[in-house]
Every structure is written in structure tokens, then in C-alpha cells.
Design a protein around this ligand. Structure first.
Ligand code: P53
Length: 479
């Protein structure tokens, strides 16, 4: 009962901007990730206007995968990966984003990378936009609040899907497209859609407009992709942080439903091809004027996804109870996002909840009846090299083991159709949220610290051998 289906895609995941480095090589333009400084657990990353002298930008070099990918893929092969999820850095292909002609050197880099993966028997799983929008599309157009970005994205998608049509079968359009709806702070609207807010803008309204534009762009890319190669499997990518009602109070139950609409809005459109009634009702109530055409609505219908890819790290809880503290949320009167007293958290306050993964798989599969793909999961932690050079990351093994157990139950006891599992940051990379190198997820350690110092040497952690065994026996076996 602890095994997964025979063709299960055991893998690992990264994103171009967090691993590649070489931010100016091969004709690449600046991306939104290139103007983000490093932060830490208490300090937010800054987004600077262009590149400023004296600031440290951790993504510029990252783990230098651009120059070391052959050696890294050897390690991934040794680990036994069947699939490797990464993204294409849009700014390598269209340095400014609005060109007609792609940059051949950028295209060639991904040809070589995919060839190398395929040669080692590893299936590439490719995200088209993972927080690395060409910077010029922000400065010149204001990001995805501008409809012109729909065409730029579709042109980019068509270019790479045509070029790699015989090398890549699994695609996703926008990474964690729903994050921007959680907070309209710079970091999330920035990374998801490169939006430049005007002073008069209602941030929620503008974020919804950018989201709708992205959903239209995604649907158009799906339709074109299926024309390029009908065997393509094209999915969406959601951050599924489930929200639980803290108590059985009916207001808590409803508050959780309302908060989940922030996430379901995106997958509802991706999967069903129409704008959900609850969204239209809220826009009306708020007086938001979201612009789209009949043709856009048609495009949404014609570009529904084949599967739902999602990240899963943690769960949240919400309450309306007056005697419980928490951060006020806009979704329901008196609702507060609050800590779940039944769970513990990692050093960054992310509450660890393996059962929540089984819960999520059930809820999402029941809602859509489409194949699911866990494309990110893992626990960021500070790893230490001990005196004999070993990295004993048993906490990582504990976290992953519990989550694999939960997902196995969802498949074998709940009947969920699950395509694969690609834990996050399989080789250490720059953290997206904090910009730290020392918030690590990988089975392979990369010798580099938060200030950018280190040899970049790769070291297998203790978890490496453990995950290798899991893949070999296609699950946790008899543990
Ligand atoms: P870091 C929020 C909630 C869950 C996952 O994150 C999230 C976010 C970000 O707002 O992001 C994803 O590196 C993202 C990756 C990222 C990974 O989670 O902050 O898709 O790019 O690195 C882990 O620890």
C-alpha cells in the first residue's frame, strides 16, 4: 500500500532565476528577479529601480547552474530522478519581452539543457513564467495590468513550445499565479505580474485585472500549445495553502470558504474556462471595473488545462472568534488569519501539516476530477556541515516522509489521480521569499552563504541517500 503507480514522476523542482545565475550571459535581459536584493527572516527583500551599486542581488549568480548544469544533472541522475521541473527564463528568450525575434543564444541554452536531461533519462517539466518577467515589461508597460502583455506572453509561449516540441511534454503556464491575491504588497504582485501601481490605483482591483489578463494569456498559450503538439500536457500552477476554520462556529466555516476563493478563483478559471459567480459578485459589490471582451471569454473556454500542478508547504487557519488574535483579512467580516494550535512551524513561521496535503489532494480532486501534480513541497531549514563533513538533515527527511505518506494515502485510499511529486529546491538555491541562500531545501548542498561567499561546491546531504531509496522502491516501502 506504500507504493505509487508505476509511471509516477518522482522528481525535483527549481526555478531558473533561483538557480541559474549568469544573469547577463548569453544575451539575457534583466528580469524582475534581477532587481531584488537579499533579505532574511526579519528583513524584506527590496525591489530597486534598476541595478544599484552597493546592493547585493543574490539571483545574479545564484547556484551558477547556467555553467554547471551538466555536473548537476549527473547528481540528479544519481539521485534517480524521473522528472526535473525548472522554468525557462523569459528574459533569456526575449531580453526585453516585446521583441518579434527571439534571442538564439537563449534558445540554444535550453536546447542543450533539455538534451542533457533527456540523455540522462530525466523528463523536463517546464514552467513558462516563474517570477522572472522581463524587467522592461514592467518599466515600459506597467506589467500585466496592461493587455499588451497578453500578446507578448503568447508570442513567447508559442516560440518556446514550437522550439522544444519534441523535447518537452509537460508544461505549466504561470507559477503560483494566485499568490498575488494574498497580499498586494510589492513582492507578490511584482513577482507574479510585474505590476507598477499608479498612485490612484485600487490595488486589489488592479491585481484582479492583471490576474484576468494572465488567465487569458495562459488559456491562449494552452490552445496554441495543443496545436503545436497534441501530446503536450499543459497545466496550471497554484500555491495551495489550505485555510481551515479554527472552530466549528458557522462564521469560521464561512470565513474559510471565502478565504479559499482567493485560490480557487484561479484554478476555477484554468480548469472550467469561465469566471466564477462568486468573483463576479464580489467585483460588483466592490465597484471594480474589470475589463475583458467576448473574445477573451471564448479564449478562456478554449484553453482549459490538462492537469493541476500545485505547491504545498503549509496550511493556515482563520477565525472570527473575538478572543483569538490574528491578522485581519478582507474576505469575511471580523475574520483573522491565525496560528493553528495543533501544528508546529519551521524557522520562518510556516506551519507544518502533512495531513493538510492529503486534505488538499482530496478537496482539489473532488472539485475538478483532473490529474494533479505536486510540483513543490519541502521545508526550508538552516543546514550545518558537521566535523566530518556530513550534513545530517534528518528534519528534512521527517518532513518529506510525512508528506509522502499523506500523498500515498490520498492515491491509494482516496482514489486521487496523482501524476508525480517534485520536491522543491532539489539542489540548494536562492530562497524566493527571503533571498537567502541559507534557507535550504535540497538533497544537494551548495557551498554559499547569505552574503554570496563560498566555493559553490556541491555536497550530498544525508537526505540524498534516503530520497534515492524512496524513488528506487517507488514509495516509502514498508516503513
Ligand atoms: P521560499 C508562498 C507560499 C508558498 C510558496 O519559498 C511560495 C510562496 C511565495 O510567496 O513560493 C514558492 O524560497 C515558489 C518558489 C519558492 C518556494 O515556494 O521563500 O514557487 O519560487 O522558492 C519556497 O522559501
Amino acid at each position: 500500500m506504500n507504493r505509487l503507480p508505476k509511471d509516477f514522476l518522482w522528481g525535483g523542482a527549481v526555478a531558473a532565476h533561483q538557480i541559474e545565475g549568469a544573469y547577463r550571459s548569453g544575451g539575457k535581459g534583466l528580469s524582475t528577479a534581477d532587481v531584488m536584493t537579499a533579505g532574511d527572516v526579519d528583513t524584506k527583500r527590496k525591489i530597486t529601480a534598476g541595478i544599484k551599486e552597493g546592493e547585493y542581488y543574490p539571483n545574479h549568480e545564484a547556484s551558477n547552474f547556467y555553467h554547471r548544469y551538466k555536473e548537476d544533472i549527473q547528481l540528479l541522475k544519481e539521485l534517480g530522478l524521473k522528472a526535473f521541473r525548472t522554468s525557462i527564463n523569459w528574459a533569456r528568450i526575449f531580453p526585453k519581452g516585446d521583441e518579434q525575434e527571439p534571442n538564439e543564444e537563449g534558445l540554444q541554452f535550453y536546447d542543450d539543457l533539455f538534451d542533457e536531461l533527456l540523455k540522462q533519462g530525466i523528463e523536463p517539466v517546464i514552467t513558462l513564467s516563474h517570477f522572472e518577467i522581463p524587467y522592461h515589461l514592467h518599466t515600459e508597460y506597467g506589467g500585466f495590468k496592461n493587455r499588451k502583455l497578453i500578446d507578448f506572453f503568447v508570442h513567447y509561449a508559442q516560440t518556446v513550445m514550437t522550439r522544444y516540441k519534441n523535447k518537452v511534454k509537460y508544461w505549466m503556464t504561470f507559477n503560483e499565479i494566485n499568490n498575488q491575491m494574498d497580499s498586494f504588497d510589492e513582492l507578490h504582485t511584482w513577482t507574479n505580474s510585474a505590476v507598477r501601481f499608479g498612485e490612484e490605483d485600487n490595488k486589489e482591483e488592479v491585481t484582479i485585472q492583471a490576474s484576468v489578463n494572465e488567465l487569458i494569456a495562459s488559456a491562449k498559450a494552452v490552445k496554441i500549445g495543443k496545436e503545436i503538439n497534441p501530446d503536450f500536457q499543459i497545466g496550471c500552477m497554484m500555491a495551495y495553502v489550505p485555510v481551515y476554520p479554527l472552530s466549528a462556529h458557522p462564521h469560521d466555516q464561512l470565513a474559510a470558504v471565502k478565504m479559499m476563493e482567493r485560490r480557487f478563483f484561479y484554478s476555477d478559471v484554468h480548469v472550467r474556462g469561465e469566471l466564477p459567480a462568486y468573483a463576479l459578485a464580489r467585483w460588483k459589490k466592490q465597484g471594480y471595473k474589470i475589463v475583458y471582451t467576448e473574445e477573451d471569454l471564448n479564449a478562456l473556454k478554449q484553453g482549459t488545462v490538462d492537469y493541476i500542478g500545485f505547491s504545498y508547504y503549509m496550511s493556515h487557519a482563520v477565525t472570527t472568534l473575538p478572543d483569538v488574535g490574528g491578522e485581519a483579512v478582507r474576505d469575511y467580516p471580523g475574520a483573522k488569519d491565525t496560528a493553528n494550535p495543533y501544528l508546529t512551524a519551521n524557522d520562518w513561521g510556516w506551519q507544518i501539516d502533512p495531513t493538510g496535503l492529503r486534505y488538499t489532494l482530496n478537496i482539489v480532486y473532488q472539485r475538478y476530477n483532473k490529474p494533479l501534480f505536486i510540483v513543490e513541497n519541502g521545508m526550508g531549514a538552516y543546514d550545518k556541515i558537521d566535523s566530518d563533513g556530513k550534513i545530517c538533515d534528518d528534519y528534512r527527511v521527517d518532513y518529506l516522509k510525512a508528506h509522502i505518506k499523506a500523498m500515498t494515502l490520498a492515491v491509494n485510499e482516496d482514489g486521487v489521480d496523482l501524476m508525480g511529486y517534485t520536491p522543491w529546491g532539489v539542489i540548494d538555491i536562492v530562497s524566493f521569499g527571503s533571498g537567502e541562500m541559507e534557507k535550504r531545501y535540497g538533497f544537494v548542498y551548495v557551498d554559499k552563504d547569505n552574503q554570496g561567499k563560498g566555493s559553490l561546491k556541491r555536497i550530498r546531504k544525508e537526505s540524498f541517500g534516503w530520497y534515492q531509496q524512496v524513488i528506487k522502491q517507488n514509495g516509502l516501502g514498508d516503513e
